[in-house]
Ligand binder design. Structure first.
Ligand SMILES: *Cc1c(COP(=O)(O)O)cnc(C)c1O
Length: 391
């Protein structure tokens, strides 16, 4: 098998699993309990929070563990709306957010909030001028993703943060694709809230965090016990919290090395596919791009068919995000960068990791080439196109 869907999820690293196991088998006490046996569990959480906070250069008391990146995003938006409704009801976001943001915003719109969805250019970048002119008296929140999960485009987060700060507006960023992949400077970028998720950086699934800067008065999200300083109740997922911190430590330790390897693989894939396959185009920004992301559209083919045929060759890839696959709607991200419907349907996302090899990349290039050729031979659209062009 060749796994090229690391933007959907990653393999849990062995050192992560090894660190988690004792918290199932030995230190299984409830961290809220009084007896000394529970101290181990409690200490596991405290240490994990410190490790993560240290890598983000923030106070550990500003890290709140959640059940996923999705939950962190829901929390940031819903609780901000809840806390700020007296001040205003306007939110600014973008057309290319993950559904965990977009569907939450749609829900808030039904509740009477107003959302401006910023456009992006052909590379997936927002315009800072458009952001500035979208700001109104009653804007309470700017929520813009750090890096896009489909096309890998990295936004000018520092400039966005400065604009938010100048206007006294809270700034949240969905950094699920960025955290552990590329450097993030929360302070320099004036980020008030940041979402992350462990399973995108070789940690376990079902654990995320929301960074909430001290002084940001958003409400509790889950009501119950006093866990997470009474802002996110529920007995802590101790093994996963510990696993997240080990994944975090590992990701930052290996970041430079991983990035170097991934860039080699990524750029080779892009170059070779564009060389070998006619009528193919790279989606997203050529440079302001996650080191592991390749997204290419092919004219005259269906992305789903490409995926099925790749799967028959043991290659795991994606046509957009895992959340849109299975639905017949073309990707909202590809539409937002201006692709027409038929091209948005014929797109392929390949997201590499440092464990992939150049031999695998060459095999993928050959498979993609053969598959696209085969599908085009069966396509009446392609036949028409060739006839027209040979006249
Ligand atoms: C994966 C992802 C999420 C969702 O995180 P989960 O932990 O899977 O809920 C949110 N935003 C982005 C950009 C993602 O890539």
């Amino acid at each position: 098998m060749i796994y090229l869907d690391n933007a959907a999820t990653t393999k849990t690293a062995k050192e992560v699993v090894d660190a988690m196991i004792p918290y199932f088998t030995e230190f299984y006490g409830n961290p809220s309990s009084v007896y000394s046996f529970a101290t181990k569990s409690r200490q596991g959480i405290t240490d994990a929070r410190e490790v993560i906070a240290k890598h983000l250069s923030v106070a550990s008391s500003d890290i709140y563990f959640t059940g996923s990146g999705t939950e962190a995003n829901n929390w940031a938006i819903k609780a901000t709306c809840d806390a700020m409704v007296q001040k205003g009801k306007h939110i600014i976001s973008t057309k290319i957010e993950h559904h965990a943001i977009l569907h939450t915003l749609e829900y808030m719109e039904k509740k009477g909030f107003e959302v401006t969805y910023l456009n992006v250019d052909e590379y997936g970048l927002i315009s800072l001028e458009e952001l500035k002119s979208a700001i109104k008296e009653d804007t309470i929140l700017i929520s813009i993703m750090f890096a896009n999960n489909e096309i890998g485009t990295i936004q000018p987060i520092k400039e966005i943060g400065e604009i938010a700060k100048q206007h006294g507006i809270l700034f949240h960023t969905d950094a699920v694709q960025a955290f552990g992949q590329i450097p993030i400077d929360v302070n320099e970028c004036h980020i008030d809230m940041l979402s992350a998720s462990a399973h995108k950086l070789n940690g376990p699934k079902g654990i995320g965090f929301l960074y909430i800067k001290k002084g940001v008065k958003i409400r509790s999200f889950i009501h119950g016990g006093s866990q997470e300083r009474a802002r996110r109740a529920g007995t802590e997922n101790v093994p996963s919290i510990v696993g997240f911190s080990v994944a975090c430590e590992r990701a930052f330790r290996l970041m430079e090395e991983k990035t170097k390897k991934e860039l080699e693989l990524r750029d080779y894939l892009i170059k070779r596919i564009l060389e070998e396959v006619p009528y193919a185009k790279l989606n997203g920004h050529p440079i302001k791009r996650l080191p592991n992301n390749v997204n290419i559209s092919f004219e005259f083919v269906e992305g789903e068919s490409v995926l099925i045929m790749l799967d028959m060759k043991g290659i795991c890839a994606s046509s957009g995000s895992a959340c849109t696959s299975g639905s017949l709607d073309p990707s909202h991200v590809l539409l937002a960068i201006g692709l027409p419907h038929e091209k948005a349907h014929g797109s392929l996302r390949l997201s590499v990791c440092e464990e992939n090899t150049m031999e695998e990349m060459e095999e993928v290039v050959q498979s993609v080439k053969a598959i696209i050729q085969r599908l085009r031979e069966m396509s009446p659209l392609y036949e028409d196109f060739i006839k027209k062009n040979s006249k």
